[in-house]
Design a protein. Structure first.
Length: 143
């Protein structure tokens, strides 16, 4: 008995993308971001292929109500560096949530995806909103 490996076609992946709407209120940041990363990669699908972009669209609302466990509210920092000497900046989690709560979830999901050329395409399919916003712009293919 011979077994054949079937690979999904690119146009089939584009046509079968679904929309997932998630509410982030009272959900743990890490658990929510892993769920989003799995949906963006397409690992929940039967025809998942690691080297193809077969994930779905994800819309997340109420990111300002996301919670984290433990003592991370005081201990967690976001680090970035400009590349110049003395260009390091750290922002505490609390201040980042006050400034832009969508950035917290976006960074968590981005860092869970593989660092390759597919990551940018997958992140474009993620829409994040801080409030309970119901009117958001959808791409023409979804309407």
């Amino acid at each position: 008995m011979t077994q054949k490996t079937t690979l999904p076609k690119v146009d089939t992946n584009e046509k079968t993308r679904k929309w997932h709407f998630l509410d982030a209120s009272d959900q743990v940041l890490g658990r929510l971001s892993t769920k989003i990363a799995v949906l963006l990669m397409g690992k929940h699908k039967r025809d998942f292929t690691p080297n193809m972009d077969c994930g779905d669209f994800v819309v997340v609302t109420n990111t300002d109500k996301v919670r984290i466990t433990g003592n991370k509210t005081e201990d967690k920092f976001y680090f970035r560096h400009s590349g110049y000497a003395g260009g390091a900046k750290t922002i505490p989690y609390k201040r980042q949530m006050e400034n832009d709560s969508t950035k917290v979830l976006e960074l968590a999901v981005k860092r869970m995806l593989d660092d390759n050329t597919l990551r940018g395409k997958r992140m474009k399919r993620l829409r994040i909103f801080s409030g309970a916003q119901t009117q958001f712009p959808l791409p023409k293919a979804a309407k």
